[in-house]
Design a protein around this ligand. Structure first.
Ligand code: NAP
Ligand code: MG
Length: 409
């Protein structure tokens, strides 16, 4: 069988620890036997980031802007312990933060659902995709302790030097605290567009919620920008696609989400997204079954697993002990990127291969073959626990049997 051809290379961002080990296994067993893989390779492993003064991270983000699609392995975000472990020159920033800042993107996270893994909320039949606005609010806030007897005001100085003032609170009776937060129309607009585009591209409804009844200027502004962008740029496209945009109050949204079947994109303000993504991930059962894609407003996509480098398993692996690390989210990062590349380059065979790869992975688990994390929670009656590489071998065999249908060219 001839291998499936690609046109444009994928930007490949290699990473660290156990996920780096899995990365190579996925390529060797699941991708290169079937696809004539073209990538532009960037080694974001911590040692190489340190050698290049983190330039490699910047270069990989620039390449992503150029080519449009990247696939990223989990990477270490250095802390004090890592400084020693890797003898680092600097405590480099999180690569994800650097890449996100350069692409100005929104992160969409969605669970991979399989039979036997029942969400803690049993009515959730389809994935809920959380889109978190990753800019501003309390994550870029200024905070102060205020002594008793002080008065706190908001002061805005316009370009002509004119001041507008507004009293926050008169702290005469007691000392206290204040916080200044902000957001920008540019960032909120990008966020809205990213959510609507992702709704169209995945054919799902978009929900958005804020506390606009209480926050009549701040949160209401988010609501207005979303409504405005939707009316002007997306209403017709949504209607044609048969999907809807739905706005409600955050309290109401939370109640509806719990009662829902899933199957939509839930756009969240920064803090809501931070908290709700952990709640939703846990309720679906496993962080190792959560995919993540960064989408920029100009249509650039970076796919990855939501989990980290699985350090504890890596140390076992280094000692030669058997591991049973779940590779599913990393496999889906590859399939997501290959499918998007196929879509952009109009390569239906590559898109079908991505479908087959996901199907072979899910079928393997649904027939009872899984890694330890899933084995612990799967409700399937006949299940077996397999090691990291054994799982990939079994998926590869199934894929090889199915892929004959695609044929090369
Ligand atoms: P982690 O790698 O997500 O792993 C935490 C624990 O979750 C593991 O010890 C394991 O539990 C379980 N787990 C996560 N992924 C799994 C998988 N694929 N298969 C099986 N079990 C899995 O988080 P961490 O250990 O806190 O962080 C390790 C490194 O990852 C850190 O240096 C951090 O900076 C980095 N990180 C990177 C990203 C990213 O690149 N996007 C995201 C988060 C963290 P058991 O040990 O109980 O089996
Ligand atoms: Mg969180």
């Amino acid at each position: 069988m001839a291998k499936i051809r690609m046109k444009t290379p994928l930007v490949e961002m290699d990473g660290d620890e156990m996920t780096r080990v899995i990365w190579q296994m996925i390529k060797d067993r699941l991708i290169t036997p079937f696809v004539d893989l073209k990538t532009e390779y960037y080694d974001l492993g911590l040692a190489h980031r340190d050698e290049t003064g983190d330039q490699v991270t910047v270069d990989s983000a620039l390449a992503t802007k150029k080519y449009g699609v990247a696939v990223k392995c989990a990477t270490i975000t250095p802390n004090a312990a890592r400084m020693e472990e890797y003898h680092l020159h600097e405590m480099w920033k999180s690569p994800n933060a650097t890449i996100r800042a350069m692409l100005d993107g929104t992160v969409f996270r969605a669970p991979i659902m399989v039979k036997g893994l029942v969400p803690y909320i049993p009515t959730w039949k389809k994935p809920i995709t959380i889109a978190r606005h990753a800019y501003g609010d309390i994550y870029k806030s200024v905070e102060m302790n205020v002594p008793q007897g002080s008065k706190a005001e908001l002061v805005v100085t316009d370009p002509e030097g004119q001041e507008s003032r507004s009293l926050i609170f008169d702290f005469a009776p007691s000392a206290g605290i204040i916080q200044g937060i902000h957001n920008t129309d540019k960032s909120i607009t990008s966020f809205a567009r990213a959510c609507f585009n992702y709704g169209l591209s995945t054919h799902q409804d978009v929900w958005f919620a804020t506390k606009d009844t209480i926050s009549k200027t701040y949160d209401h502004h988010f609501k207005d920008i979303f409504a405005d962008i939707y009316e002007k740029e997306y209403k017709e496209k949504f209607e044609a696609a048969g999907i809807t945009y739905f706005y409600t109050l955050i309290d109401d949204a939370v109640a509806r989400v719990v009662r829902s079947e899933g199957g939509y994109i839930w756009a969240c303000k920064n803090y809501d997204g931070d908290v709700m993504s952990d709640m939703v991930a846990t309720a679906y059962g496993s962080l190792a079954m959560m995919t993540s894609v960064l989408v920029s407003p100009d249509g650039v996509f970076e796919y990855e697993a939501a989990h980290g480098t699985v350090q504890r398993h890596y140390y076992k692996y280094l000692k030669g002990e058997p591991t049973s690390t779940n590779s599913v989210a990393t496999i889906f990062a590859w399939s997501g990127a290959l499918r998007k590349r196929g879509e952009l380059d109009q390569l239906p065979k590559l898109m079908r291969f991505a479908d087959q790869l996901e199907k072979a992975t899910i079928e393997t688990i649904e027939e009872g073959v899984m890694t330890g994390d899933l084995y612990a929670s799967s409700q399937l009656e006949h299940k077996v626990k397999v090691g990291t590489e054994e799982f990939l071998k079994i998926v590869a065999n199934r894929l090889a049997a199915n892929v004959g249908i695609i044929g090369g060219e």
